[in-house]
Write a protein that binds this ligand. Structure first.
Ligand SMILES: [Mn+2]
Length: 355
């Protein structure tokens, strides 16, 4: 096992040794992909295919289909499956991006050592990583896309438009359109400058290609706004919470992906800006019977990554942006209101850990 925290020539040598010796490569990332996850798998695929056109490379997510990102190069190559483990034994190299534990890309229990496969991880999360043959984890990077820029694009004489768009898609996603940046992350600005210049990119035009939302998603945002309330629990910073009932989801035949998208827009718009309310989360019933949380926080709010981990949910993320799920036992259909009650009871018994 070799561990790196930054892209240097040693890491590049190691990385391309694995690529050179692999006959078939599986690129994957966490379930319910966000922009950085999707940008990372596409960027990796696109650049590797340019250098190794003959190699068998596939992008597979164990996730429900995702719509709305078809503008990006090679999005049509992304496969969404129910059980990625069925595919796993047909590859000799697994590259996991934007996640650093095996349970981020599959919900199934499995032991990686039972597969004859090399493993590479490229990520920027702070959570405790699993063991990979080669890993590069840099929690100071704004995004996995930034790391992949350094690995695949920074040495190029000129970055082509489609690759620049991908890298920018991921960076904008994980920085909240360049909002969540402090002095530890400001080295992203010259990268953004180069991507915008060489890609000839107008950011608002690019965003119109992937961030526009449908009336159905607007319905989700309206429902969340209507149902939102502020929770005041002793010792805890006030939190904005919103949820919707299973009846609302069924009546409007909303898909998991529409609920996620609406939830993210709601929390992005309203979750961190209310005076004296520094964190927020949404509670969402899912088609597989689970209930998922999406959480955002800011300074003076709660560390939402640790909140999810300490609550014992499946999931993870960053200190100020995380997600997690209550997993039902076989055949069970969890109720969002009961899950929220469970969270509130837990909060009453525990002390908050702030950002
Ligand atoms: Mn990321």
């Amino acid at each position: 096992m070799k561990t790196f925290t930054r892209v240097d020539s040693k890491f590049k040598d190691e990385f391309f040794k694995y690529i050179d010796s692999a006959k078939s490569i599986l690129i994957t990332s966490h379930t319910n992909p966000d922009p950085d996850s999707m940008a990372s798998v596409l960027l990796l695929y696109t650049q590797l295919k340019k250098s190794y056109p003959q190699k068998h490379i596939r992008i597979i997510y164990e996730s429900e289909n995702v719509y709305g990102w078809g503008y990006f190069q090679n999005f049509d190559k992304v496969e969404f499956v129910e059980n990625i483990l069925i595919e796993l034994h047909t590859f000799d190299l697994l590259i996991l991006v934007d996640g650093n534990t095996f349970n981020r890309f599959t919900k199934k229990e499995f032991i990686i050592n039972n597969f004859k496969i090399n493993t590479v991880c490229i990520d920027h999360h702070r959570s405790q990583p699993d063991k990979f043959d080669l890993e590069l984890i840099n929690p100071l990077a704004t995004s996995t896309s930034e790391i992949l820029y350094n690995l695949l694009l920074s040495d190029l004489k000129k970055i082509d438009k489609r690759a620049a768009e991908l890298a920018l898609f991921g960076i904008l996603g994980d920085t909240g359109d360049l909002e969540f940046i402090d002095s530890t992350k400001s080295s992203i600005f010259p990268i953004v400058q180069r991507l915008v210049n060489e890609g000839g990119i107008d950011i608002s035009f690019l965003k119109s290609k992937y961030a526009a939302y449908s009336e159905r998603i607007f319905l989700v945002i309206q429902e969340l706004t209507k149902n939102s309330h502020i929770l005041k629990i002793p010792d805890w910073p006030q939190v904005m919470v919103s949820l919707y009932s299973k009846e609302f989801v069924l009546k409007n035949t909303l898909t998991d992906s529409e609920l996620s998208q609406g939830g993210k827009i709601f929390i992005y718009l309203f979750g961190r800006s209310l005076i004296k309310v520094h964190w927020a989360f949404t509670v969402t019933p899912r088609s597989d019977g689970s209930v998922s949380l999406s959480l955002r926080s800011q300074l003076e709010g709660v560390n939402v990554r640790l909140f999810v981990e300490n609550l014992g949910l499946k999931g993870g993320g960053h200190d100020r942006s995380a997600g997690g799920s209550f997993i039902p036992s076989q055949g069970e259909n969890l109720d969002p209101n009961q899950c929220l009650d469970q969270i509130i009871s837990w909060m009453r018994l525990h002390q908050p850990i702030l950002v």
